[in-house]
Structures are given as C-alpha cells and as structure tokens.
Ligand binder design. Structure first.
Ligand SMILES: *Cc1c(COP(=O)(O)O)cnc(C)c1O
Length: 375
C-alpha cells in the first residue's frame, strides 16, 4: 500500500528547526515555502513544542462542550488580535473547514443563499469551499458541488457592486490571492467590497488562511487595508503545523449561526500550540519583522533580478516571482543545487512563503541562488 494523492519529492525530511529542514542524509535546507505558510514562528519553536507537549501529557482531548483552559486562552487571544469586533470564535481542524463554517454561518445569519466569489480564488477542497474556488481543474471531476456561487473578476469593484444584491449571503475573498498566483489588490477595492456587502446586508468573509498571522507584514491583511470583515478565516500557520483552523465572527453572525459542530473542535493540544504561536507572534513583533524582511527581499529581487523575470508582486513575506521559464524547473534547481525549498503558484510563478523569522542573510542566499539559476 502507498499514499496516492500527493506526488512525492525525492527528499526525505526528518527534522526541522527555525528556518531550516534536514533530510535523512543530514543535508540542511533553507525552507522558503514553510510547507505552505505553516510555520510562521519557525519549525519546532521551543515554546510551542513545550506548550503542546505539556498539554499532551495532561489531557490529549476533551470535547468542546467542556470548558478547558487551553481552549479558553486561545478564544481570548484570537478575539484580542482579530480585526475590529470579530470576537466570536469557531475552532476546527483545517482551512477548508473554517471556510465551510463561514459560508454556513453567513447563510444562516442572513437567511439568504447566494455566495459571490472571485476569479482565481482558492478556498479549499471540501464540497462547499470548493464550489467557491475558481479553478475548474480542482472542481470538474467532483461535480455537482454546493450551488448558488457566482464568480466576479478579482480586483474589479464595479463587477463586485453589480453582483452583490439583496439575495447575497456572503462574499468570500482573499485579500491577496495565494494559490491563484500571488495576486495583490489595492485597499480601495477591498473597501469597495466592504461597502457593497454592508449596504446589501451580506457578510464579507475574508479568507486569511494564507495571508494571516503576520504574513503580509500585519497580523491580518485586513488590518493592512483597514477593513473589518464580518467573518475572518485562518488556519495554515495557526498551530505551527498542528491541524487547527478558526472562523472569527462578528456578533450578528454568531447570534444566528445555525446548528454546526465538529468532534475535534478546539482540542486542548492544538489549542495550546495555537495560543502559544499567537503569543510568540505578538510578543516578538513578528508581523513588523515580516514587513521589514519582505521589503528587503522584494527590493533585492527587484534590483538583482528585475530584468530576468516577468513580474514581482506581493506584500510582506508572501511574494510571487513570475519567471520566464517554468517555475518547476527553477524550484528543482533551487532545491538540488542550492538546498533551498520554495513553492510554485501555478506554472509560471515562484512563491516565497518563508517562516517569518528569517533574517537578511537568508534573503541574500535566496537572491544569490535565483541569480545563479536565471543568468
Ligand atoms: C490553503 C488555503 C485554504 C485551504 O486550507 P486547507 O487547510 O488546506 O483546507 C483555503 N484558503 C486559502 C486562501 C488557502 O491558502
């Protein structure tokens, strides 16, 4: 028997520490993909490991109808650091589940059905979140998916204003698209989405599963754009690699959220890991560090590789470099010749999502390697 969903890489990873991964032969890799933004404070951060292990020894699991200190602490920290008054927290196990809940809560709270999503958007692989995902490749073999989803051009405020009406339950949107190719939008656009949803009584669902937790140089990209959504979803790096997602809601959503549940919601071990991850992020000013490192890295890429690539875009440490030849060839050379791991976003875009604790020397190493490969 063998796993079959993922195609496997020829590197067997055994250990991680900070910004590095180590394979079975002892080779040290600089991790500029963070397994899709899953380690914002670095691999195996000692405080997170400590919090999870001591919780593991005390109580591995108790269902969420029994109050628990680790879970309560996480509720509080999430409500504290969440944007505006999105203080009501639903915990789950992954990003797609966080979005699934967001869409259910929005339908229940509004009593409406229509969902507006965007071209090139990605929201997950379960039937509901998948229905709001753009790419046909992910959807076609599994149809029919949840109904009632309408797509509008990402970045076009007029298309959004036209689509959002009195029948719209929710607009679901990434403040900077990840899977779709690292596509930023301006503040004016996201604020127009905020106004359109508020005016029509629809919920604005900000999918911050990739952009959140300091990635774009602010705790949430919503903060960067000064937008308070009705629902914000997070997952990926929340538990530093342990499986946890969250759906943060404003009161009007939480009040009428309907009947929802999940056996593993808010397990104490993942809650302890997530609470500690957030604590470290805030205490050490990691979002601001990500902003500084992002500016530095982006500036270097622009000055050294500007002529070799088609486009460079992103915010903070969520950076896309559109290359002239296939992204996968560059990624292979980075891994094999330079011991640097990164990610694609589509066929032509290199995606850099390092742990947010990188320093200038790491950024320099990546730029040197990219220059060697592309020249
Ligand atoms: C990864 C991702 C998801 C899905 O998260 P999973 O944990 O893989 O289910 C949803 N939305 C965005 C923006 C993502 O980047």
């Amino acid at each position: 028997m063998t796993g079959f969903v993922f195609s496997e890489k020829p590197i067997r990873i055994e250990r991680g520490e900070g910004v590095h991964l180590y394979d079975s032969a002892g080779t040290e890799y600089l991790d500029f993909g963070a397994s899709y933004a899953c380690t914002p404070v670095g691999h195996c951060h000692p405080e997170v490991v400590d919090a999870a292990t001591s919780q593991l020894e005390r109580l591995m699991y108790v269902q969420a109808s029994y109050p628990n200190d680790a879970r309560d602490a996480l509720y509080e920290t999430l409500a504290d650091c969440g944007p505006g008054d999105a203080d009501y927290v639903w915990l789950c196990n992954s990003g797609t589940e966080a979005n699934e809940a967001a869409l259910k809560f929005a339908r229940s709270a509004t009593g409406r059905q229509k969902i507006v999503a965007t071209t090139r958007g990605f929201h997950g692989r379960t039937m509901g979140a998948l229905a709001a995902t753009w790419k046909d490749k992910y959807k076609k073999p599994f149809e029919p998916l949840a109904g009632g989803v309408e797509f509008v051009e990402y970045g076009d405020p007029d298309a959004m204003r036209e689509a959002v009406d009195e029948e719209t339950a929710a607009v679901i949107i990434e403040p900077l698209q990840g899977e779709g190719g690292i596509n930023p939008v301006d503040t004016g656009y996201l604020q127009a989405v905020r106004v359109a949803t508020a005016t029509s009584g629809a919920a604005m669902v900000m999918d911050e599963i990739q952009t959140g937790l300091g990635r774009t140089g602010h705790m949430w990209a919503s903060d960067r754009h000064d937008v308070v959504p009705d629902i914000l979803t997070t997952a990926k790096g929340l538990g530093s690699g342990l499986p946890i997602g969250a759906t943060l809601c404003r009161e009007w959503i939480a009040e009428e959220s309907g009947d929802h549940g999940s056996t593993f919601s808010g397990g104490p071990v993942v809650s302890a890991a997530a609470g500690t991850t957030l604590e470290v992020l805030q205490r050490e000013g990691i979002p601001a560090h990500a902003a500084e490192m992002g500016d530095y890295l982006m500036g270097k890429v622009e000055s050294r590789l500007g002529d070799e690539v088609r486009d460079i875009r992103g915010h903070g440490l969520m950076i896309g470099i559109e290359v002239k030849r296939g992204a996968n060839r560059v990624l292979r050379d980075l891994a094999i010749e330079h011991d640097i791991l990164a990610l694609p976003a589509g066929r032509t875009v290199l995606r850099l999502l390092p742990p947010l604790v990188i320093e200038r020397e790491h950024a320099d190493r990546v730029v040197d390697a990219l220059e060697a490969i592309m020249r």
